[in-house]
Write a protein that binds this ligand. Sequence first.
Ligand code: FAD
Ligand code: SF4
Ligand code: SF4
Length: 395
Amino acid sequence: MAAHHKARPLKSNSPRPAKQLCSECGLCDTSYIHYVKEACAFLHQQFDALETQTHGRQRTLANENECYFGVHETMVAARKKQPIPGAQWTGIVTTIAIKMLNAGWVEGVVCVQNTPEDRFQPRPVLARTAADIFAARVNKPTLSPNLNLLDEIERSGLRRLLVIGVGCQIQALRAVQKHLGLEELYVLGTPCVDNVTRAGLQKFLETTSRSPQTVVHYEFMQDYQVHFKHEDGSVEKVPFFGLNTRELKDIFAPSCLSCFDYVNGLADLVVGYMGAPLGWQWLVVRNERGQGMLDLVRDELEMQPVTSQGQRHQAVQQSIPAYDQGVTLPMWAARWMGVVIEKLGPKGLEYARFSIDSHFTRNYLYVRRHYPQKLASHVPEFAKKIVSQYRLPKD
Ligand code: FAD
Ligand code: SF4
Ligand code: SF4
């Protein structure tokens, strides 16, 4: 029987024990702050224990796909036969959530709408209707306090819940899930990397887009360009290699520069894009529960097997000092490099590994420099193994 947690009134301005590393996951806005030392992803790294709790086993480091993508039963590329207008990709996340609610699998869904004034300002909600879930489609690409709903969930008396969220939120959720008094908890995760505060997002848009105020949606795509979609439907493409890395280096939140849960290892099902061909979504089914969630919407999807092509190691090794020194290429050279890499470079799962390697090496260096005392315990074993393939600057 789960130990039932008793909601207590909250002090305003509650502290953030993770200090600068806090990703604003929301737990500390609730009475669950009581568990912060064990639950916070930045105070207590515990992938091994939480993977075992969730999936019945840890990831097998000797298996390259598991080391990179976490415990899983299958991976597949998919897209909706009829995409949802206004979704981030084709709307698989929204579709699964609505189907689960309508089929009575769950009574509520934690998802993220935006505030009326600002399309990029996240507003976590406990959705009870399909319309509420639909209104949460599309990424709010900023830190979102999804777990500030924990007290509301407990008060609501819900027994069956779906939570949609990113890695740091799900790590904390898994750590306190036994206190929530739920009969069933389903977790639909997305990958997540390089997240920012709302102010950081503004700086990114202003340094990178030709028209920051009309951007409705953007994504770092597998063609090595950022695609900005504007209000008038036009798409602006800016090559990664031309991004002003010197300016942009400190827009990412310190939490995200210390994060190694890119692929959301503790979700039941993960829906991203980076291991799939352009235009398709990438699904990682971690356990039986995740398989059930996918099966529920299978009729609405086109599917194809995941593939892998190319060789990432050299490109990653070369990007390490370039990123570290904040090198920006002139735009013409950036476009040219982008074209060459897209033609010859890693694709499919190898692109996903390329992205994981680039971010993990950067984040490892960040933790080593800024939090050397945390390096050994904070970096999970799978990330140490991934990073060990590369030569890092000595400092
Ligand atoms: P939709 O049906 O449009 O649904 C999007 C869902 O995202 C909504 O249910 C909403 O509740 C939730 N959401 C929105 N904003 C947030 C937020 N800030 N925090 C938590 N949940 C939120 N995929 C990759 O493969 N590689 C990446 O590098 C990558 N980075 C991402 C970074 C962020 C901050 C986020 C939120 C997602 C990222 N993804 C990444 C996932 C990808 O962009 C899509 O969200 C995913 O493929 C689902 O697309 P969809 O059309 O099915 O989603
Ligand atoms: Fe609290 Fe979450 Fe911040 Fe950790 S990341 S300090 S749990 S709000
Ligand atoms: Fe959380 Fe990591 Fe995403 Fe940052 S990059 S919001 S720490 S999951």
